[in-house]
Design a binder for this molecule. Structure first.
Ligand code: MG
Length: 493
């Protein structure tokens, strides 16, 4: 794909890394969908070795990357390749292997402790492990280097160039306004806080047919895409022409399965839309976690939970879920849009969701600043939760212990969920405040919508940084005002 001789050499040198990443992706899919539990140990050893080989192969091309970075004749794609490799090299060369090892071991133990702690709702079990994880992450932030705030080094790992200043700006606008909207929605009483269908049981067979029908409506390409089943749905891009998702069947409250499928299809559509010419290169991936999440949430919420989409899928639902004979399109629309304050982030609706990530962002910031101690986390969590939601978690399992992320050492991850929502709002605004979305869904033909996202976002992979991509598409980056307008129009109009 490149005429530049140095970039050509870089891409040749990248081939082994590409092959290793490809293999690890297949193994990752297997772990979640097929592997018996006891296979975990050997699999962990094997992937650990492959990851080290990929790291070494990347370091081997460092001189070429440095040489290419000095030339000024690179086009956008070539510059993107150099930028992405420089980021990887920055991490690999600054973080010594012993630290990587230490983090692996510590988080593996922390994860076990977290499971036990959550089960018993006992923070004390998790506390010493979390303290170790936090210290290691601070060490990593120091080694990576940062301006102003250690958190900036960690946020950047998930969202390139995203800083505490950016996050503060987003949340300072989003949270107070969201709380006002939530208050008004609850007072208006149009969107219910509960729905009888939430406890309705379904048979897996019928639901599988619904999900297959959804894949057809979303025009997922059968020869390049596959759907499996796992407890926690996910998407994995193995190559340009091999993208896989999973969905889940819990046996009741069918919207969880339905919107799990649509959400993951959003991630898959992004991956399937990456430009062919980027294949096998370091930029054949999403621009960032936030941009990836904007795609899944756009399809799940802006498209999937719209009136037009409910109308479109209603015949499919009626045909395969017999118990829906008592419910019309309007009933289903309100069922998939129940709004309520809840303790658990993963059960939250699209409107209250950002409050959950804001709480985690504030806590992570305080911990990394040294303003809060790990031992104080349950109290800080509960107090902040009460401030945002007006209620206190009954126990730590419904509070500070609910998420797996900190046990993995993922500090800086939660904010990207909200960035996904923020970018969803920007897309929605760009598409005529949702007009083009409604028209496309009403016509039943979603190809136009996919085409727009493909042209403006998907085809570029990670050629541009997430901020640069947004500036090119929207003329601005991470503006939460559009999301607030989307909420107002949807829930208060
Ligand atoms: Mg997602």
């Amino acid at each position: 794909m490149s005429k530049n001789p140095v970039v050509k050499e870089i891409l040749d040198g990248f081939a082994p890394t590409w092959a290793l990443n490809h293999s690890m992706a297949v193994m990752g899919w297997d772990i979640e969908t097929q592997m018996p539990e006891s296979g975990a140990k050997a699999r962990g050893m094997a992937t650990g070795q492959l990851a080290m080989m990929a790291q070494k192969a990347t370091i081997d091309i460092k001189p070429l990357v440095e040489r290419a970075a000095k030339t000024n004749s690179l086009d956008d794609r070539e510059s993107g390749i150099v930028r992405v490799l420089q980021r990887a090299l920055h991490y690999y060369t600054r973080i010594p292997p012993e630290l990587v090892n230490d983090l692996e071991k510590t988080t593996a133990e922390a994860n076990l402790a977290w499971r036990k702690a959550r089960k018993e709702s006992n923070f004390k079990v998790f506390k010493p492990h979390l303290e170790k994880v936090v210290n290691l992450k601070l060490d990593i932030a120091d080694k990576l280097g940062y301006e102003k705030h250690p958190y900036n080094a960690l946020l950047d790992l998930y969202e390139e160039g995203f800083t505490v200043a950016d996050a503060d700006r987003v949340y300072d606008i989003l949270i107070p306004e969201s709380r006002k909207i939530i208050q008004k929605v609850s007072e208006a009483g149009v969107f219910p806080s509960k729905h009888p269908l939430e406890s309705r049981k379904y048979g897996t067979e019928g639901m599988e047919k619904v999900n297959e029908g959804l894949l057809e409506i979303l025009k997922m390409p059968k020869d390049r895409f596959k759907m499996g089943v796992s407890t926690h749905p996910f998407t994995i891009g193995i190559s340009e022409d091999d993208v896989r998702i999973t969905t889940r069947y819990e046996g009741k409250d069918f919207k969880a399965s339905m919107y799990g499928t649509i959400h993951e299809c959003g991630h898959a559509i992004y991956h399937l839309g990456i430009g062919k010419e980027l294949q096998f290169t370091p930029v054949a991936d999403g621009a960032s976690f936030g941009i990836h999440e904007s795609q899944s949430r756009f399809w799940e919420n802006a498209v999937g939970r719209s009136r037009e989409f409910v109308n479109l899928v209603y015949p499919l639902l009626r045909k395969n879920l017999n118990f829906l004979s008592k419910y019309d399109r309007e009933d289903i629309y309100y069922y998939v849009n129940t709004i309520r304050k809840s303790y658990i982030r993963v059960e939250a609706d699209e409107l209250t969701y950002n409050l959950h990530t804001a709480l985690r962002y504030e806590i992570e910031k305080q911990i990394l600043e040294g303003k809060a101690k790990v031992s104080e986390l349950p109290e800080i969590w509960n107090d902040t939760f009460e401030e945002y939601f007006g209620m206190k978690p009954p126990d730590d399992a419904h509070g500070v212990l609910q998420d797996v992320h900190w046990s993995w050492g993922s500090f800086g991850y939660f904010a990207t969920y909200t960035l996904g929502n923020v970018v969803l709002g920007m897309i929605w605004h760009k598409l005529g405040d949702g007009r083009a979305v409604r028209e496309s869904v009403e016509s039943g033909d979603l190809t136009k919508l996919k085409g727009w996202l493909g042209t403006h976002i998907h085809r570029w992979g990670s050629v541009y940084s997430p901020k640069e991509l947004q500036r090119r598409v929207f003329g601005e980056a991470y503006n939460p005002e559009h999301l607030l307008n989307y909420y107002e129009q949807k829930f208060l109009a």
